[in-house]
Design a protein around this ligand. Sequence first.
Ligand code: MN
Ligand code: MN
Ligand code: MN
Length: 303
Amino acid sequence: MKALPPTALTGLVDLHCHSTASDGILSPAQLVSRAKSRGVSLLSLTDHDTVAGIPEAQTAAREAGITLLPGIEFSSRWGKQQVHLVGLGVDPESVALQHAIQKRDQLRAERGERIAARLEKRGFTGALDGARRLAGDGVLGRPHFARWLAEAGHVEDTARAFKRYLGAGKCGDVTVEWPQLEQTVAEIHSAGGMAVLAHPLKYGMTRTRLLRLMTEFHGAGGDAVELLSGRQNPVQTREVAQLMAKASAATDAPQALRCSVGSDFHQPDQPWRELGCAQLPADVEPVWNLWQTSANETAATRD
Ligand code: MN
Ligand code: MN
Ligand code: MN
């Protein structure tokens, strides 16, 4: 991993967001320009299971004068629980990454067909074509089915589509055998990236279970946890920090879990996850120190 340019940390940092390459509304170039106008100087584009948006984002970032870190948000599993791992600083060209992406493409295509079949059974004819049309060249996801259900007038809005048909326990909630946690950490590392546990508070787990997840993630070589995901209540942030400290102490890994931060931006009308809306407090160890450290070490070895 290359060292960050000195300008990378002069503004806000956002290490988790989505473009039209997955389920975001803005194109990669529009996303970069919005980030720039919001004062972000270090941005990572982390689309679900794809790096297809990275080249366009990279060009736009160069023009805007901000630093873009190639990233990805991998679907993964911890036992039966679905979890998301962000890979930061991955090499988009790496064979290991392409392989990990292909595996998930296959799983997603199969899931799309199964969701569609269940919706068709309920009488929603044309769900698969509709969702595929909305996904365009992007990765097909549940939000595309939600948008199609709303557009076709079957529900009032996408939130209700999830509530009635796509959310946990509903007919469109099909299980996918995503690669397991340890495997996903290894996939990210093989692609040259840092493995980050995304939005720990979004899994609806008890604190005890979350501590176990973080401990196993750290034991599997996980590098960092999103201390902040979007706008977050300070009490919750403190809880996550405490769990991270406990998880780090529980394994004999040489480095403690670092802190990452991202908005999880998908679209402009959601102020609670607007680009750059969350920033790390000054007294924590940020994940980007790992790049600065490894860059320093490389320099030292060369001398
Ligand atoms: Mn998403
Ligand atoms: Mn996620
Ligand atoms: Mn996300």
